[in-house]
Design a protein around this ligand. Structure first.
Ligand code: SF4
Length: 126
């Protein structure tokens, strides 16, 4: 199934691509050893809901709102997101991207859309 490359997903790919040559496990170490990360006292289950990319939109919106709040301003958000993609994580909210969106993003990442993400949006070309 094809994933529509929305502006949001493109932006997430841009974030992750900064670390495209990194080791996903080292990025995880970096995240986990950063005491300032937002989720240091948050139960891990908060990031692993039963909602997936095929769930009803209202559930996805709820997850986006929740993960967006939890991760907002986290100092290692980009490392968190990139590491999860590099390790091939299948589940979870990472780097401020809720699980349903992460699963769509993961498929794009695996399809190696990295050569597409630097192209500007049509709205950016004036
Ligand atoms: S981006 Fe979110 S999940 Fe990742 S370390 Fe920060 S608070 Fe935790």
């Amino acid at each position: 199934m094809k994933v529509r490359l929305t502006k949001f997903l493109r932006e997430q790919l841009r974030r992750a691509n900064r670390f495209a040559d990194a080791d996903g496990w080292k990025l995880l170490d970096q995240v986990e050893t950063t005491p300032e990360r937002n989720c240091v006292d948050v139960p891990v289950g908060e990031f692993f809901p039963s909602v997936d990319e095929f769930s009803p939109g209202s559930q996805t919106l709820h997850q986006r709102d929740k993960i967006g709040r939890l991760c907002h301003g986290c100092p290692v958000a980009d490392e968190c997101l990139a590491g999860a993609l590099l390790r091939g994580e299948r589940y979870g909210g990472w780097g401020g991207v809720a699980q349903p969106d992460f699963q769509a993003l993961r498929r794009l990442w695996r399809q190696r859309y990295s050569d597409v993400v630097d192209e500007p949006d049509a709205s950016e070309v004036a």
